[in-house]
Write a protein that binds this ligand. Structure first.
Ligand SMILES: [Zn+2]
Ligand SMILES: [Zn+2]
Length: 266
């Protein structure tokens, strides 16, 4: 529906790169004890202020992601501005902690003193997000066996709201994190943002000619989530790619007055 050609090629290249990076060891020893304790207390595993960041690894991933992004002439135009934002280690840490806290006002405030364009800010936030992914992947695989009882509407790993859902054969629902793409099960007929369960304020719409794609919305919080009905289509190759391919649904939902909730500050 939406992403295609060179943009899809670059997305897949970055995806491949991040997968390779996530297989390399994390520089500092990641202590899983605090993660497990937090999950046991029904809190997302990562506490943004306590996460040990391997900045050397993150910087090297940033460099590799940028090499791919520069192939896009629109991004290449902004090379100077983007490189100017990279900053010292403490600056980089500040960006990442603000991102993990979903404190987007602070994140933009940290970026803004150099007065870049909004497009530069968005590319830069994308860059930080992608460069953090290998670290998140290491944490996800280390905790995979400990998430079975998670019932929350925030990601058990990073605490972000879901960005996509799938409905499976037996009618159960899975949510995918909008930051780290961790998947977890969730109760159907409950809003994945505000936990509203009143059926008169929950619903979905579909798009003609796109069987299997639904948009579930909530009239209490005005959130929406794109949902792939696996009973009608697919299997999906990659949830993140599906999300990019279905941007037309986001436009439609936004026009109807709903918001994705994923990139709103807490
Ligand atoms: Zn997550
Ligand atoms: Zn809601």
């Amino acid at each position: 529906m939406s992403i295609e050609g060179d943009a899809l090629k670059r997305f897949r290249q970055i995806k491949g790169l991040l997968k390779e990076e996530s297989l390399r060891p994390h520089g500092d020893h990641l202590d899983f004890g605090p993660f497990l304790k937090r999950i046991g207390d029904s809190m997302p595993a990562i506490h943004p202020d306590l996460l040990e960041l391997d900045l050397k690894k993150i910087r090297s991933t940033m460099g590799e992601v940028l090499k791919i992004l520069w192939e896009d002439p629109g991004v290449r135009n902004q090379q100077g501005a983007i490189e100017g934002l990279m900053g010292e280690d403490e600056v980089l840490k500040g960006y990442i902690r603000a991102l993990l806290k979903r404190d987007f006002d602070r994140l933009k405030g940290l970026i803004n003193p150099s007065d870049p364009s909004e497009e530069t800010v968005n590319i830069f936030i994308y860059l930080i997000t992608q460069s953090l992914r290998p670290t998140l992947e290491v944490i996800k695989s280390g905790l995979a066996d400990h998430l079975l009882n998670w019932e929350g509407n925030r990601c058990p790993i990073c605490g972000y709201p879901p960005g996509l859902a799938t409905l499976r054969e037996e009618g159960s629902l899975s949510l995918y994190c909008s930051l780290c793409w961790q998947v977890w099960d969730y109760r159907r007929l409950r809003c994945p943002f505000c936990s509203n369960e009143d059926p008169s304020t929950l619903g979905y719409f579909q798009v003609e000619g796109e069987p299997g794609y639904r948009v579930y919305y909530c009239d209490m919080c005005h959130g929406y989530i794109k949902t792939l009905d696996m009973r009608e289509a697919f299997p999906i190759s990659d949830p993140e790619e599906e999300s990019l391919k279905t941007l037309a649904l986001d436009i439609l939902a936004t026009r109807k007055g709903y918001s994705p909730k994923t990139w709103e500050s807490l």
